[in-house]
Write a protein that binds this ligand. Structure first.
Ligand SMILES: [Zn+2]
Length: 194
């Protein structure tokens, strides 16, 4: 059994038993008896981001018990890139999802009780050779990151954008101005009347 083959079998078994506690015996059996099954489980968790829980993560699991609660994968690079890089990229992107335009703290359209949360995504996907460097990272909301929004809406056309802004309420225009100034690191120029 190849390394990839036994890993795929383990993943298939875990996904079939989503939310159920499975044992190391079952995992080894699912892996076709491969003695390296534990290493494959670690690779699924550490390299592919599957959130496979063990007794180290949850007190109600015994040693030798494993649990996969969700097929959502954690972005693996999140643990590899520094806090500083993360903060820098989020700030550069104005704390706004670069795919759909949602801002951190906006109401989440997919789960109304929650707020938009931002994470980092790759501009060129890692599978296509993209690296974990600031120039290849961008802020994306968790919805876009999880593929809930398949296509990024087209960028608004400038004429349309301006007409929208001109028609907006003054307090919304001021809010927008404040946001743009923050985003570009500027401060408002006060006129002589202020
Ligand atoms: Zn988004």
């Amino acid at each position: 059994m190849s390394k990839q083959g036994s890993k795929a079998l383990i993943l298939k078994f875990l996904l079939t038993n989503l939310g159920k506690v499975v044992t190391s015996k079952q995992l080894q059996k699912a892996a076709g008896g491969a003695s390296e099954w534990a290493r494959r489980v670690r690779e699924l968790r550490d390299e592919q981001g599957y959130q496979i829980l063990s007794h180290k993560d949850r007190a109600d699991l015994k040693p030798g018990q494993y649990l996969l609660l969700t097929d959502k994968r954690r972005p693996v690079f999140a643990r590899e890139i520094s806090k500083e890089t993360r903060a820098w990229v989020l700030e550069r992107n104005g704390y706004t999802c670069q795919m759909c335009g949602a801002a951190a703290g906006d109401d989440d359209p997919f789960s109304p009780s929650r707020k938009i949360r931002l994470t980092l995504g790759h501009i060129i996907d890692k599978s296509k050779g993209g690296e974990d460097v600031p120039s290849n990272l961008r802020a994306v909301c968790t919805n876009c990151n999880e593929g809930l929004q398949n296509t990024a809406p087209p960028k608004p056309d400038r004429l349309h954008l301006f007409s929208q802004v001109r028609r907006a309420r003054v307090d919304d225009q001021q809010e927008l101005l404040a946001w743009l100034l923050r985003k570009f690191g500027l401060t408002a120029v006060k006129g002589p009347s202020d």
